[in-house]
Design a binder for this molecule. Structure first.
Ligand code: APR
Ligand code: ZN
Ligand code: ZN
Length: 360
């Protein structure tokens, strides 16, 4: 039995309870979590913005130590330090094998549909985003584990698994920010902060952070923002003013709302690029006129996991952490226990704080 945060039904509060976690089956690995970050996608699963089978143990941004491995598992052994990958790619589908774009793998969420544990009453439990990281221990498919390179503290390494792979990838793979370019980042949560750090690392010039909360300015500036704008009806105009009247070369939306996507697009220059990282509601829509698409010649693109190949990119991120270009600790504003996750959700709804990190 291990303690875990269980979502029993969409809209229900999380239960912090014991679960019955079996030994790893064939191809599976059991991991003892060191830490797990609380990401907005967990909140989105709990309120139904994102869907997966329930009851489920949430949490998908985790790092820990291998406890035991199931039959046929090679490449992982007890004691190994690992980061969880919430989109384990199959290596065989069109996106994996032909396009080499594993972040688009059609089977990445296959594990979420198979129960992996049970409640004390014997009911099946599904693993949140394949990883179920809000628990003292978890059991995951072996290919949902990334070896953690040396020189990165295990606890902070949890953040690499979602916020940092995503934010870094949005900047480097999706938007392809070049040195000197201006970048506007919408949303200063864990993902936005990682995006700001990545923009700084890319040598961006003016970096504008935008958030509805005026309280995030210091956090944003410490992650690399050179300007801070409190979101309003004039946000796009303010960003144009801060970028020589032109608009930003690049905007990265880390909120997940049609309105902020629209503002992000408006705040880029003619020919500018907008990358959408945030995940929003299906019925939250925006319009673009047929003329403005031609006139502004801008690009609008979505990305999953920052277009990252976690296996390829984690060693790169670890090197940046060792060299000081990425500061994982600076993303974390609260170190909490499992029982505090509901309060971390409340803070997120209210737009307070950076990343809350559950430390086991
Ligand atoms: N304009 C600007 N900022 C906003 C707005 C808005 N209209 N609405 C909310 N925000 C800010 C919040 O104040 C908060 O600081 O967006 C930030 C979102 O941060 P978190 O809730 O911590 O979310 P995070 O975990 O960073 O994820 C961001 O990326 O992966 C996706 O599902 C995730 O859609 C979510 C997004
Ligand atoms: Zn996440
Ligand atoms: Zn695949």
């Amino acid at each position: 039995m291990v303690r875990a945060a269980v979502l029993s039904a969409v809209g229900a509060p999380l239960d912090i309870t014991e679960i019955d976690l079996p030994a790893p089956g064939p191809g599976q690995v059991r991991v003892k979590l060191a830490a797990a970050g609380v990401c907005h996608s967990d909140l989105s699963l709990s309120n139904g913005t994102l869907r997966q089978p329930v009851p489920a143990v949430l949490g998908h941004e985790g790092a820990g130590t291998v406890v035991s491995v199931g039959e046929g598992v090679t490449g992982h052994a007890p004691g190994d330090r690992v980061v969880l990958n919430w989109a384990p790619s199959c290596g065989e589908c069109h996106f994996c094998a032909t396009l080499a774009e594993p972040w688009l793998c059609v089977n990445a969420q296959a594990a979420t549909t198979v129960p992996y544990a049970r409640t004390p009453a014997g009911d099946p439990l599904y693993p949140g985003l394949s990883t179920a990281a809000f628990a003292e221990e978890t059991v995951v498919p072996a290919h949902a584990l990334l070896p953690l390179p040396e020189g990165v503290p295990l606890t902070d390494a949890a953040l690499l698994g979602c916020a940092v792979l995503t934010g870094y990838g949005a900047v480097h793979h999706s938007a392809r920010v070049r040195a000197g370019e201006s970048v506007a980042v919408f949303g200063v949560g864990g993902v936005g902060l990682a995006t700001l750090q990545a923009a700084r690392l890319a040598g961006a010039g003016t970096v504008v952070a935008v958030d509805i909360s005026p309280e995030k300015e210091e956090l944003a500036r410490s992650a690399g923002a050179t300007e801070y704008v409190v979101a309003s009806e004039t946000t796009a105009k303010e960003i144009r003013k801060l970028t020589g009247g032109l608009g930003a070369d690049v905007a990265v939306e880390c909120v997940g709302r049609a309105e902020t996507i629209r503002t992000a697009w408006n705040s880029t220059r003619r020919g500018g690029r907008t990358t959408v990282v945030g995940i929003g509601r299906k019925d939250d829509t925006m319009t673009l006129s047929a003329l403005e698409i031609f006139h502004f010649a801008r690009t609008l693109t979505g990305c999953v996991y920052g277009d990252s190949d976690p296996a390829r990119d984690l060693p790169v991120l670890a090197r940046h952490v060792r060299e000081g270009g990425l500061d994982l600790g600076a993303l974390v504003t609260d170190r909490i226990g499992l029982a505090d996750i509901p309060a971390a959700f409340d803070a997120m709804r209210a737009g307070r704080g950076g990343r809350a990190l559950v430390v086991f």
